[in-house]
Ligand binder design. Structure first.
Ligand SMILES: [Zn+2]
Length: 327
């Protein structure tokens, strides 16, 4: 019998440390329907996969039918596309190496591919966002807790020999600098992240006596620093300037190695980018290799940050063959 039915939808799943979002996504990247479950309520991964499977099937059946779902793409922290495993994720309830793609595939009978945040984001940008039509670009994810990246080269994501390429946040920006959660010192994400920028403010407040409203705040946020900068607070302005300068140097190094058409910035920290933009751009232009100086575009993603990972996961789903991987 010839099977001539083209399946028109995929499932995109974003496994976050607290919540897991499940979406039915069509060919054009429209989220048809979505639901979520609390990740942290399932310390046993078998229970998690069981509940996740039920939700996937119910959501699909209520939105065009399970028979129209082609495949599943999944985004998770410390995910390895090459193995289909979550590998030693720091803040997840499940420890060690978890073969989650194979577990979900066996449970629901659809092909499942797994990727990390930056990898699926790059696929999403290429499928539905500003990287559409680009074969050589870098996506940098500026999430509050850290900084990741993915390089697309000649139309393919560069994943590396072991699947761990793109750890831009753990490149050293200051020899012997701030202690990083990875065990090393001076990593970029200890400077350009929520905790990094807060630490910069703390150091500046300690180092000089300039008046600042931030001295009275016990639980300082990036919004506070942004507001203070708008009011002319010299320390807040200097904190954004330093952050922009460090990001500019790091992006110039990255661009000089890769020679991308564009660098796409995405993630929740991009809402603060305008405060760092001028100095970041100026530093980038000064530090990048001369022959590509006026060619690399630095742009901010237009995909909604809340939809970024499920849309990226759906783009990953289209990349897998309908029959199962990881057998
Ligand atoms: Zn590090």
């Amino acid at each position: 019998m010839i099977n001539d039915k083209i399946k028109s939808k995929v499932i995109g799943i974003n496994v976050d440390t607290t919540r897991t979002t499940i979406a039915v996504v069509d060919l054009r990247g429209n989220i048809v329907a979505q639901t979520s479950i609390p990740t942290k309520d399932y310390p046993n991964v078998n229970n998690f996969v069981e509940v996740l499977s039920e939700q996937v099937i119910t959501l699909a059946e209520n939105n065009g039918g399970y028979e129209n779902i082609r495949s599943v793409g999944m985004c998770a922290p410390s995910a390895n596309y090459l193995t289909g495993c979550i590998e030693n994720a720091a803040n997840m309830p499940w420890k060690g190496v978890v073969p989650i793609a194979a577990m979900l595939r066996d449970s629901i009978g659809l092909a499942v591919a797994l990727g990390n945040d930056a990898h699926v984001t790059a696929l999403g940008e290429r499928a539905y966002g500003v990287a559409h039509g680009m074969d050589n670009f870098i996506v940098v994810t500026l999430v509050g807790s850290g900084l990741g990246s993915c390089v697309f080269s000649n139309g393919l994501a560069h994943l590396g020999c072991d699947g761990f390429a793109g750890e831009f946040g753990h490149t050293c920006i200051e020899d012997g600098g701030r202690q990083c959660s990875c065990g090393r010192k001076g990593c970029l994400e200890e400077y350009v992240s929520t905790r990094g920028i807060l630490q910069t403010v703390r150091e500046l407040l300690e180092a000089n006596n300039a008046p600042s409203k931030m001295r009275q705040k016990t639980d300082l946020t990036l919004d506070d620093i942004a507001e203070c900068a708008d009011e002319g607070d010299a320390i807040a302005i200097e904190a954004w300037r330093r952050s922009g300068e460090i990001l500019g140097i790091a992006l110039a190094n990255y661009a000089s190695i890769i020679n991308p058409e564009a660098i796409i910035l995405t993630g929740e920290l991009t809402m603060y980018c305008k405060r760092m933009w001028a100095v970041m751009e100026e530093t980038f232009m000064r530090e990048v290799f001369g022959n590509i100086r006026d060619k690399v575009k630095i742009v901010i993603s237009t995909i909604d940050d809340h939809e970024r990972n499920v849309l990226g996961a759906s783009a990953l789903a289209w990349k897998v063959k309908e029959y199962s991987l990881f057998k």
